[in-house]
Design a protein around this ligand. Structure first.
Ligand SMILES: Cc1cc2nc3c(=O)[nH]c(=O)nc-3n(C[C@H](O)[C@H](O)[C@H](O)COP(=O)(O)OP(=O)(O)OC[C@H]3O[C@@H](n4cnc5c(N)ncnc54)[C@H](O)[C@@H]3O)c2cc1C
Length: 348
């Protein structure tokens, strides 16, 4: 990747923020060596004069993303045309065996089970996850979890944007060296771009990347406050789970309220529609629900991803099934990957 000395204003501000492509991942804020950027309202904000080092542009996943170079860097080859959802080594369906995890997780609880077994085994020394704010239910806060309790408390999907990249600063501060990073496709792309650029300090704490499948994130004020609270009269504190299975399903203590997806989509974050990556194609392991009930669809893409999965399998904390048993899920994965690739390309 070529190193260019370009200012924040002439790169990210003009070509990413002003064009609406900024996903708000916070990567530029993390890597600015002069502390010129702050994270304000899900966007970077220049608070000091830019020193024109160009590092933010080298790291931003929405500014000149060198996909082929990164595929070569991660997988030592580029994807073949028929590899619709990226390169992988193994597909499996996974379900946590621990009832405590199954009570709080999103789909099969594979992510939480993987993190817990890896922490216990010493494979990782922490995990960057998204914890729900106490006073603002389902509003995610990027968190470095270093205990089993913290990992368990962070289980479950928050459909709102969590700039987990920002929690890398805490991992650096705590001198961690084997952290599992859980993130959306845009964040996995950001980590890979930082790695490719050789900005070692920022990725040194990370050992393995768990990428979530993601069609889009939603705006909290629109979906939770205006629609779920305002229109449907449901107090966010009474919501136990939000999931998407054809419709958006809002689970309360004694009932589940369905919101047609077309209605929910009015609250989707506009920047998500520039994204070409549904299944976190550059992660070590990717996971998604893909219409399954109580199971996580797992895509092991790298040796490290396979190793993480094998630790959980060996410890008996997940049960697994062959992914070919669920052809609908696999078809959906292909369909949503192609749809996002086409839509993202059309908009950029
Ligand atoms: C915004 C969003 C959109 C998604 N869209 C789809 C989709 O369209 N199709 C699909 O098949 N799957 C989608 N997923 C993935 C799916 O919801 C589950 O995360 C996945 O199946 C893993 O389930 P699990 O039970 O194994 O995870 P769990 O064991 O419940 O663990 C989930 C992990 O994800 C972390 N997390 C939760 N919310 C966020 C967030 N906003 N940002 C970063 N990390 C987070 C948690 O802290 C936890 O570590 C989406 C996830 C998110 C966050």
């Amino acid at each position: 990747m070529k190193t260019i000395k370009v200012s924040f204003e002439d790169s990210i501000a003009r070509e990413v923020v002003e064009t609406g492509k900024c996903v708000g991942c916070g990567t530029c804020v993390l890597v600015c060596p002069f502390g010129c950027l702050e994270y304000v309202n899900e966007k970077p904000s220049l608070v000091k004069e830019c020193k024109v080092c160009g590092i933010c542009a080298q790291a931003c996943p929405q500014f000149e993303f060198p996909l082929s170079e990164i595929e070569n860097f991660v997988f030592s080859r580029e994807r073949k045309t028929e590899e619709n959802f990226g390169i992988y080594r193994r597909l499996a369906l996974a379900q946590a065996t621990d009832r405590q995890i199954l009570k709080v997780c999103q789909d099969g609880g594979a992510v939480t089970a993987l993190l817990l077994s890896a922490l216990k085994n010493g494979f990782i020394d922490g995990a960057i996850v998204a914890k729900s704010e106490q006073e603002k239910p389902f509003y995610p806060r990027p968190t470095l979890a270093t205990t089993a309790d913290e990992i368990l408390q962070s289980a479950g999907t928050k459909y709102f944007y969590s700039p987990n990249i920002l929690a890398i600063a805490e991992a650096i501060k705590q001198k961690k060296s084997s952290v599992a990073f859980v993130g959306t496709p845009c964040q996995i792309r950001a980590v890979r771009k930082i790695q490719l650029a050789g900005l070692k300090k920022y990725v040194a704490p990370l050992k393995v990347l768990i990428g979530l499948a993601c069609s889009e994130c939603f705006v909290y004020e629109g979906l939770m406050e205006n629609h779920i609270h305002g229109k449907l009269g449901v107090n966010p504190k009474h919501v136990r789970k939000i999931n998407i299975k054809g419709k958006m399903l809002v689970t309360l203590d004694s009932e589940t309220v369905a919101i047609p997806l077309a209605e929910a989509k009015q609250y989707a974050r506009k920047s998500c529609h520039f994204c070409e990556d549904f299944s976190s194609e550059l992660a070590d392991i990717s996971v998604g629900g893909l219409g399954l009930e109580g199971w996580t669809f797992a895509i092991m893409r790298t040796e490290k991803g396979e190793e993480l999965f094998a630790i959980a399998e060996k410890a008996g904390v997940i049960t697994t099934r062959d992914a070919s048993a669920e052809s609908n899920a696999l078809n959906l994965l292909v369909k949503l990957s192609k749809k996002k690739q086409a839509a993202g390309k059309e908009r950029t």
